[in-house]
Design a protein around this ligand. Structure first.
Ligand code: TYD
Length: 150
């Protein structure tokens, strides 16, 4: 499989907006409305121990919306040339992640919940979990961008 020629600049924090009432807020995500792919799977990370990092992989095809349903954390995206850190700290904000990017998540606040909406079923063959392999495949595809990053 080949990595998509995407960069961190194809990712952005999206405001999903909220329905505010005196008794609390609701945020709605609906296929075909305010999300650019059809959601096939939802999962969430919680009880992440202090100082722990998650992620550490890239996907060939999977698109994701990542939401801090509670608390806050950082998502660091890396396209082999550029690195960008997004802080998620409001339940009505989602980070749209395109395929082909290395990602790490860290700085989880106590009690935080990282909810992920994904465009496909869980498929281990869609993952690349070795950073050196990622760089080799990504920069092989993007030879003109073979600048070292850190
Ligand atoms: P992983 O994707 O590596 O988690 P993270 O990126 O948050 O660090 O998944 C951790 C474990 O959970 C791994 O053994 C695979 C399993 N898993 C599933 O079985 N189904 C899923 O949908 C996901 C996301 C993970």
């Amino acid at each position: 499989m080949k990595f998509k020629n995407n960069t961190v600049f194809d990712c952005a924090i999206v405001d999903m907006s909220k329905v505010h009432t005196v008794s609390g807020n609701i945020t709605v995500l609906e296929n075909g409305d305010n999300i650019p792919f059809d959601v096939k799977r939802v999962y969430y990370l919680y009880d992440v121990p202090a100082g722990e990092a998650r992620g550490g992989h890239a996907h060939y095809e999977l698109e994701q919306y990542i939401v801090a349903a509670s608390g806050s954390f950082d998502v660091i995206l890396n396209d082999g040339t550029n690195k960008k850190t997004f802080t998620l700290n409001r339940p009505h904000l989602a980070l749209y992640i395109v395929p082909g990017l290395w990602r790490e998540l860290n700085n989880f606040s106590s009690g935080s919940i990282c909810m992920v909406l994904a465009s496909n079923d869980y498929d281990e063959t869609d993952y690349i979990r070795d950073y050196n392999d990622f760089i080799k495949e990504k920069l092989g595809y993007n030879e003109h961008k073979s600048k070292k990053i850190h």
